[in-house]
Write a protein that binds this ligand. Structure first.
Ligand code: AMP
Length: 278
């Protein structure tokens, strides 16, 4: 834990002001009328967290935002899978836990995260978008004790498509990117709008290298959803009570959701400026 405490330093004052100004003013009633100075996004060093049930798309959107904002996307699930693949001393123990859809111990997660942050820091990284962490209130409390989280994005998607999304998920065994072969199409009913999501197919060179995660089976996904509701949903309340939670209902696939998410984060004009400058 000491390593994490050392590495996860409190964010700069300007960073948290930006967050309050740009991200909270439209979503959190208590600070709606505050008039913080607008700071250009390029001066940011964001410390964000992505929450959401398995299969919701945290990795997809966190990764896109990390590219846009130039901060690392750190997914604890990826760190766990890297450890599994390394055949290190704890990999056997981890395989059993992960393949049953259970949570890995806090000690292991903090060790992996701490190592990842230290490696990033050595390369000059600053800020982060965390994905899949914190997953328990205990993890959230420890995180809160060592750093300021600026914003927590809670991605939400109708439950009846989550299982299909998890079962359709594929990873390129070479580049590690996530894809999805599922075609989601649900009709609207009882006032709820329908939803369609096209598959997210890989480029030709990844196609033959696609693998399915061992924990993306129907039985394990159901267990992961159950564990999310039991252990991780309280994390939403934890950040909601602190006025840090931005709820975002995904309206569909990436083409519909990405622009809306940028809008919710007040980053829509930022992306345009970035593309124009490229
Ligand atoms: P994910 O890719 O986020 O679905 O994570 C895959 C698996 O890694 C989870 O089902 C857990 O077994 C483990 N894991 C990832 N992040 C955490 C965490 N913050 N706490 C405990 N276990 C985790």
């Amino acid at each position: 834990m000491a390593a994490l405490t050392r590495i996860l330093r409190p964010s700069s004052i300007s960073c948290s002001n930006i967050t309050k100004c740009r991200y909270f003013s439209t979503t959190v009633p208590e600070v709606q009328n505050h008039n913080f100075t607008r700071i250009d996004p390029k001066d940011r060093n964001v410390q964000w967290v992505f929450l959401g049930v398995p299969g919701v798309g945290k990795g997809t959107y966190a990764s896109r935002l990390s590219t846009l904002l130039g901060v690392p996307h750190i997914a604890t699930g990826d760190l766990v899978r890297e450890e599994l693949a390394s055949s290190g001393p704890i990999s056997q123990q981890l395989t059993e836990i992960v393949n049953q859809g259970k949570l890995v111990s806090d000690e292991i997660i903090f060790n992996l995260l701490s190592k990842r942050l230290a490696a990033g820091e050595a390369k000059g990284e600053s800020g982060f978008i965390l994905d899949g962490f914190p997953r328990t209130v205990k993890q959230a409390e420890i995180l809160e004790g060592v750093t300021d989280i600026d914003l927590v994005v809670n991605l939400k998607l109708r439950e009846d498509v989550l299982l299909d999304k998890c079962l359709g998920r594929r990873i390129c065994s070479q580049c590690g990117k996530n894809y999805n072969v599922a075609t989601i199409s649900v009709k609207g009913e009882n006032g709820k709008p329908g939803m369609s999501m096209a598959p997210l197919l890989p480029p030709a060179h990844c196609m033959s290298k696609l693998i399915t995660r061992a924990d993306d089976t129907e039985e394990v996904v159901k267990e992961r959803l159950r564990i999310y509701n039991e252990k991780s949903q309280p994390v939403e309340d934890f950040f909601r009570n602190r006025g840090k939670l931005l709820e975002f209902d995904l309206p569909g696939g990436i083409p519909e959701s990405w622009p809306r998410l940028l809008e919710a984060l007040n980053l829509d004009d930022y992306e345009e400026k970035q593309s124009a400058a490229a």
